[in-house]
Every structure is written in structure tokens, then in C-alpha cells.
Design a protein around this ligand. Structure first.
Ligand code: SAH
Ligand code: SF4
Length: 449
């Protein structure tokens, strides 16, 4: 979501003549887009600001001014405290007010220190400029599109409801218009984003409410958009229509990120997840019945307060039961203001380390086994960008794995049929079969295999 937000901020500033640069020394404006989800991410901001201060001093010696800003959830959570801890900062702006960024930057340039973290009453998406065709092109053939923000679920470990605010769904017409612009600029795969994206319930064109399944069906009609994904989903919001969409909609990729966090019912309850381990397993059974080749992904937290060895073994068990193609796992990080931070029985760091190691070993094993199971089979590959080595492109499998392919297989943005020949530790290798973008009669085009 921060990647998407950063792009929207860059688009908003483009109107004032700002252009992105990869060289920080050249930047007249440095905006850190920050994450508050775990302590490590939040603390990184201050070490980064230390480096930026040196840079600002250097530039000042050359008579060049630099405006320094902090955006994102750390900005939202810490506000004025950031100015106190890091006086180098000129502006602090929370995620709800990015549409005000151009005016905030102008004020900051006059020397004013600004903290803009009120929840805006106006809809920021209506006021942010639409992604420019040129900027979309330069960003590639896959794109994110935020459809839902905020969260009303209040899991006891999580800061999101406090930093991103209440759940808000963007209306259908806004989303479709943005998706059409992306498709016109050459984007072939769109990932719909939301803190709980499957809780999305937006206003339809006729004023009635739509669910995510219906939105996906509508987006599948947009010419040029061939692959749809959505993330992150909450198990409680996985409704029948959405499961049916996985069965019926070829453009919906067979991959689902559905975090469970823990396999222990006791800890699930303490986390306020409002479902049991058995509920989650039953749900996955239904999803797999509808879409047998779906690959599961998840998030896990080890060492939530009160987690015993037994609870952790329940997590290992659920991982074995589900068999994940991919997953993210974290040590519990106590976040100020959340109920989890007040709980007794915080788990020692050493225990968290051991559990994380064991869990990650199991998840890595499953991930590799999944990759190996694809060897010898054919898949469709979306070519995304040049590879690290000359003569190679990198693309993505339907299951989000990076796949290395010979550049003669097609062009960036093509979907090509390939046979997987080998599973490396981070990517798959393949031999091209045919370019599905070549004309349907199979007459070989210059760029196809
Ligand atoms: N809305 C999603 C998750 C959003 S946060 C959901 O409910 O599943 C992304 C992930 O960060 C979470 O799934 C969780 O695994 C992790 N996370 C959130 N807060 C955390 C904390 N305090 N400590 C460790 N990991 C955390
Ligand atoms: Fe955080 Fe997700 Fe729980 Fe919302 S549902 S509080 S975003 S973990």
C-alpha cells in the first residue's frame, strides 16, 4: 500500500514540476513513506533521517535547499514527536491527507514546520490526480490499486485501525476509471489493495452496494487487463461470491493471501481474530474445492503474549495442514496503544527467535516443494522486466513466483506459455513454448518464439 501511496504522491507533485530521482543527493524534496506495523520498521525512520540530515547539510553548503518530509503511518502515529526527535524534518503528513501534499510542500518551502495528521473529511482519492499515462508506463506492466483503506477489526496486536483509521471503500466508478487508465497505459495485471480488501463494499454506479466478487467481474471486462489479484484478505470476509469468483473467473489468479497469524484457538481469541483454527481450515477446504490449483499464502506472528510451546505447536500443525506456497512470518512486536502491549506474559525475545526459526524452516520447505512440483509442467508467464543477466527477462507465474525466461520468448507485457525446467532457490527457470500474444492463427510474428 505504501508503494501505491508513494506513486500517488509522486503524481500529485508532478503538477508542480517535481520529478522522481534515484539519486538522493539531487533531491530538492525527500519524502520518507513509513510503516508503523512493527517496531523495527518504525525505528528505521530515525536512522534514515540521521543520514538525510548529513545530506541536507552538504547540500546547504552548496547553497541548495532541501525539504524533508515524513509520510505514512509513523507520521500519523507520532506526529509532532517526529519534529522533536528529528528537527531536520520540515513536514509530517499522515496517509489520509496526501491530496494536500502539494500545498503542504509549498508552505514548508517558506520555512514553516508542518504537521498534517488530521483525518480529512474530504475523500483524498477524489482530490488526488489520476495516475499519469507516462508515469504508469515507466512503472511497468503490473500495478497496485487501492480499493479499501483502514480497518474496523481491532486485532489486539495491530496498529492499523489507529494509523489508517476506520474502514473506507472507494466507489466502483472511481476504481473502474483508474483500472481503465492503467490498462490504456499498458498495465496487464492489477492487484487490488486493502487492509482487509475482501471487506470492500463499495457504492455501485446505480447507488447500490457491490462486494469484491462483483467488482472483480467488472474489472475482468476491461480490455487488456488479463490478470487480477487482491490482497490482503481476512478469513472472516471470505464470502461465497468471492470463492465462486475464484472458480468462475479465469483472470483471477489462483493465489490467495489469507493470513491466520496462529494455529492456536486460545491465541486467536486473545488476538481478537474472531474465528478458530478449524474455521480457517474449513474455509480453505471450500476454497480448494472451488479452485483446486489455488496456492495459499499467509502471515504468522510468533510470540504473541501468553503463547506457550503448545500454542506454537498448534501453529506448526496448521502450517502442515494447509501447506503454504508462500508466507510471511514475524516475531510479535509490542505496539504502543494496542491492547497487546498491556498484556501480561510477554514472550522472551530468545523464545520468539527460536520459534520463528522453526516456523520459517517449515515454510521455506513448503515453498520450495511447491516450486519443485511445477517442474515439467506448463504455465502462463507475464513478462515484467529485464532480468539481471543479459538476454533474460523476468516474469511472474500465476502464483507470483519470479520466472526467468529467454528474452526471445516475447516482449515486456506479453503473456507466454512456458514449460518449467528447474526450481532455483528464489526463482523458476523455463523454456518458452509459445507467445499467447502472437496472432491466434499461430503465424509466427517477429517477436514470438
Ligand atoms: N489486515 C491483514 C494484515 C495487515 S498487517 C490481516 O488482518 O490479516 C500485515 C501483517 O503484519 C499481519 O498479518 C501480521 O502478521 C503482521 N503484524 C501486524 N501487527 C504486528 C505486530 N504487532 N507484530 C508482529 N507482526 C505484526
Ligand atoms: Fe490489523 Fe488486519 Fe487485524 Fe485490521 S484485521 S486490526 S489490519 S491485523
Amino acid at each position: 500500500m505504501n508503494v501505491y501511496d508513494s506513486q500517488r504522491m509522486a503524481d500529485a507533485l508532478a503538477a508542480d514540476g517535481y520529478r522522481p530521482t534515484d539519486i538522493m543527493e539531487d533531491a530538492d524534496l525527500v519524502l520518507l513513506n513509513t510503516c508503523h506495523i512493527r517496531e523495527k520498521a518504525a525505528e528505521k525512520v530515525y536512522s534514515e533521517l540521521g543520514r538525510i540530515r548529513v545530506l541536507k547539510d552538504e547540500r546547504a553548503k552548496q547553497g541548495r535547499e532541501t525539504v524533508i518530509g515524513v509520510a505514512g503511518c509513523v507520521a500519523q502515529a507520532e506526529g509532532r514527536e517526529i519534529l522533536r526527535r528529528a528537527p531536520v524534518v520540515d513536514l509530517v503528513i499522515g496517509p489520509q491527507t496526501y491530496h494536500r501534499l502539494p500545498s503542504v510542500v509549498k508552505r514548508a518551502k517558506t520555512g514553516e514546520k508542518i504537521v498534517e495528521t488530521e483525518y480529512a473529511i474530504e475523500d483524498k482519492f477524489e482530490h488526488l490526480p489520476a495516475p499519469g499515462r507516462k508515469s504508469v508506463r515507466s512503472r511497468g506492466v503490473t500495478a497496485f490499486l487501492t480499493v479499501q483503506e483502514g480497518c474496523d477489526k481491532f486485532c489486539t496486536f495491530c496498529v492499523v485501525p489507529y494509523t489508517r483509521g476506520a474502514e473506507v471503500s472507494r466507489p466502483v466508478t472511481q476504481i473502474v476509471a483508474e483500472a481503465e487508465r492503467l490498462a490504456e497505459a499498458g498495465v496487464r495485471e492489477v492487484t487490488l489493495l486493502g487492509q482487509n480488501v475482501n471487506a470492500w463494499h463499495g457504492e455501485g454506479p446505480g447507488g447500490n452496494e457491490w462486494g469484491l466478487a462483483r467488482l472483480l467481474l467488472r474489472l475482468a471486462e476491461i480490455p487488456g487487463l488479463d490478470r487480477l489479484r487482491y490482497t490482503t484478505s481476512h478469513p472472516r470476509d471470505m464470502d461465497d461470491d468471492l470463492i465462486a469468483a475464484h472458480r468462475d473467473l479465469d483472470k483471477l489468479m489462483p493465489y490467495l493471501h489469507l493470513p491466520v497469524q496462529t494455529g492456536s484457538d486460545r491465541i486467536l481469541k486473545a488476538m481478537n481474530r474472531k474465528h478458530s483454527a478449524a474455521d480457517y481450515l474449513r474455509l480453505i477446504e471450500r476454497i480448494r474445492a472451488a479452485k483446486p490449483d489455488i496456492a495459499m499464502s499467509g502471515d504468522f506472528i510468533v510470540g504473541f503474549p501468553g503463547e506457550t510451546d503448545e500454542d506454537f505447536e498448534d501453529t506448526m500443525r496448521i502450517v502442515r495442514d494447509v501447506n503454504y506456497a508462500q508466507a510471511f512470518s514475524f516475531k510479535y512486536s509490542s505496539r504502543p496503544g494496542t491492547p497487546g502491549a498491556e498484556m501480561q506474559d510477554q514472550v522472551p525475545e530468545k523464545v520468539k527467535d527460536e520459534r520463528l526459526q522453526r516456523l520459517q524452516a517449515l515454510l521455506a520447505e513448503q515453498q520450495h516443494a511447491f516450486a519443485k512440483s511445477l517442474v515439467g509442467g506448463e504455465i502462463d508467464l507475464l513478462i515484467e522486466k529485464p532480468g539481471r543477466q543479459a538476454g533474460q527477462f523476468v516474469g511472474r507465474s500465476p502464483w507470483l513466483q519470479p520466472v526467468i525466461v529467454d528474452e526471445r520468448a516475447g516482449r515486456i507485457g506479453d503473456i507466454v506459455r512456458v514449460r518449467i525446467t528447474r526450481a532455483g532457490s528464489h526463482s523458476l527457470f523455463c523454456e518458452p513454448m509459445r507467445n499467447l500474444n502472437a496472432d491466434p492463427m499461430g503465424a509466427a510474428k517477429g517477436e514470438s518464439v
